[in-house]
Write a protein that binds this ligand. Structure first.
Ligand SMILES: [Zn+2]
Length: 576
């Protein structure tokens, strides 16, 4: 790769000290402060020169690993005819998240959120015979999604760069083979980027298909929660099931439910404190509506509803909580007193599987200021379905081995791979002729990887209070040469010499030739996070010595001038 050298005085690298007011997470703050990105409008960012270099290095790694498994690079359009989304059924499924626009003939288009429709359209006209299969194509391209609340900088943006790949097969076995290769490639990409990661079972969301896995980069303030067990089970919070924990105190079942006055007590905490019970003895009734019915979700008082799991059971992605007025209309009681006993018959009731362990229950009485005690499921009310709709929690029993306990970690989702099966090929009529001359729908897989997001995730995993600490494989520059006093002739000459020699030796070099106070330059150096800094001070130079500072270890060493290049080569050897 062609190496770069830059002088800070000529480079557009605008750093600042203040914490940006609208940035919540470390990567967003640091990307702004270190001059990597600038915001154009909500969820839309420019990558400035230093940030762009990181992006390009990540792209190179992604490209190399896709090429290595035989996936072929293509470039598909961003502008998609909306008819394709109507064929696949995703026009509705995406809803307002799909960016739409009209051309001058008033034809409706979408800005590509992913490319399943576009590539399936190509396959149905190009791939006619089983002899042409399997095929696996990828691209690295800007994608668009009108996020309801764009935030966290490039982490949850409305326009972002993704690598997306699609594969077409004649059999499940062939799909399995590419799926495994893709998982291996994702592992290598993340390992090469210096990011510790885990592969977890996930929810298919708006893409669809049965089997899918996410690749999550571990980070303390990451958006995703992942649950894992020592038996090897790992799943994200939308997917993770649990066997719960046995309730510590059982509420007795009574012969008939007993109504008790609970004036003004609405929240789980208030009601249970008032009754001298534990939150795990109470059952929450959460009311939602779909386009044509009302649905009640019943979960333990100490649990949180997973709307993802719930909407999947209900079979409608557009579920919405009832308003306070709608709750009053349905139950005849204020918010906080809803319960499953005596709800209108056409209300669908879905009970969390963890409630099967319950004996008696404390529930709302559908009467303001009252609850019921000793309620029994199956006698006092009958749910339409029982399903795991609550979120897993650390300490819950593992659903796979049934012995271990789940532990929780946070992270950032970077990759998501799907076995789509025939979801798109069937809805869009994409078929090939098999060896008997029979028409069959393609079996498909799709594989996404967030490229611009990786820049942010790398910072989430690698930073300290002073700034970024780049993993050496994706650092925008290999070496920062920092002359302490630019006015000193020997310092200046040595800086110029190293600046030249380092590039000659195959390194990207940034020379901080600004005439500024040393303290200011050191702070900036820590902020932009280049792994190695060569500090040129007059006193050391007089002794023929040069200081190399290791950003990650916060450690300096003095080396002889002639050994500098060799020392730097040794540091970067594993990446080259
Ligand atoms: Zn387990």
């Amino acid at each position: 790769m062609e190496r770069t050298r830059m002088r800070w005085t000529k480079y557009y690298l605008p750093t600042f000290k203040e914490t940006p007011s609208d940035a919540e997470i470390p990567s967003h703050k640091l990307m702004l402060r270190a001059g990597l990105i600038r915001k154009l409008t909500a969820g839309v960012y420019t990558f400035l020169p230093l940030g762009f270099r990181v992006l390009k290095k990540i792209e190179t790694i992604v490209r190399e690993e896709m090429d290595r498994i035989g996936c072929q690079e293509v470039l598909m359009p961003i502008l998609h005819p909306s008819e394709l989304y109507k064929e696949s059924g995703r026009f509705q499924h995406f809803g307002p998240e799909l960016f739409k626009l009209h051309d001058r003939r008033n034809r409706l288009f979408a800005l590509g959120p992913t490319h399943e429709e576009v590539i399936t359209d190509m396959a149905r006209s190009e791939l006619k015979s089983y002899r042409q299969l399997p095929q696996c194509h990828y691209q690295i391209l800007t994608k668009f999604r009108d996020e309801i609340r764009p935030r966290f900088g490039v982490m949850r943006a409305r326009e972002f760069i993704m690598k997306d790949a699609y594969s077409f097969h004649t059999s499940e076995e062939s799909l399995d083979e590419i799926y495994e290769k893709m998982a291996g490639a994702y592992r290598r990409i993340l390992d090469r980027c210096g990011l510790s990661n885990v592969m977890v079972e996930a929810d298919a969301g708006k893409i669809g298909g049965d089997i899918n896995h996410e690749f999550v980069v571990l980070a303390q303030e990451g958006e995703s929660e992942i649950f894992s067990c020592s038996c090897g089970y790992a799943a994200n919070d939308e997917r993770a099931e649990s066997l719960g924990r046995p309730a510590e105190v059982k509420e007795p079942v009574l012969d008939t439910p007993q109504k008790i006055k609970t004036p003004g007590q609405k929240t789980v905490e208030e009601v249970t404190a008032f009754l001298g019970a534990k939150p795990s003895q109470l059952v929450k009734t959460l009311l939602y509506k779909t386009s044509n019915k009302t649905v009640a979700a019943l979960i333990g008082g100490d649990r949180t509803l997973s709307e993802t799991k719930f909407s999947k059971i209900v079979g409608d992605p557009m579920i919405e909580p009832l308003s306070d007025e709608e709750i009053f209309e349905l139950t005849g009681a204020e918010v906080g007193y809803s319960g499953p006993v005596g709800l209108p018959k056409d209300t669908m009731i879905i009970a969390d599987t963890l409630l099967e362990e319950f004996q008696g229950m404390i529930v709302g009485a559908n009467e303001t200021d009252a609850h019921l005690r000793g309620v029994k499921m199956g006698r006092d009310f009958t749910p339409n379905a029982s399903a795991n709709i609550s979120r897993a929690r650390a300490g819950d029993r593992c659903p796979r081995c049934e012995k271990g306990t789940l532990s929780v970690q946070r992270g950032v989702e970077l990759g998501h791979i799907f076995k789509l099966g025939t979801k798109y090929s069937e809805s869009m009529g994409a078929t090939y002729l098999d060896d008997d001359g029979k028409e069959r729908p393609f079996i498909m897989g799709c594989y996404g990887f967030g490229v611009s997001r990786t820049v942010a995730a790398a910072i989430e995993q690698h930073h300290d209070e002073k700034g970024i600490i780049w993993p050496s494989s994706i650092t925008p520059m290999h070496v920062l040469v920092l002359p302490v006093n630019i006015a000193d002739a020997q310092t200046r000459n040595t800086a110029e010499m190293l600046y030249e020699d380092l590039r000659g030796a195959g390194f990207d070099v940034l020379l901080d030739d600004r005439d500024l106070r040393p303290g200011y330059k050191f702070k900036d150096a820590d902020l932009i996070g280049i792994p190695l800094r060569i500090t040129l001070g007059e006193r050391n130079l007089k002794k023929g010595m040069i200081e190399i500072y290791y950003r990650r270890e916060d450690r300096s060493e003095l080396v002889r001038k002639k050994d500098v290049i060799h020392t730097i080569q040794r540091f970067y050897e594993p990446d080259q």
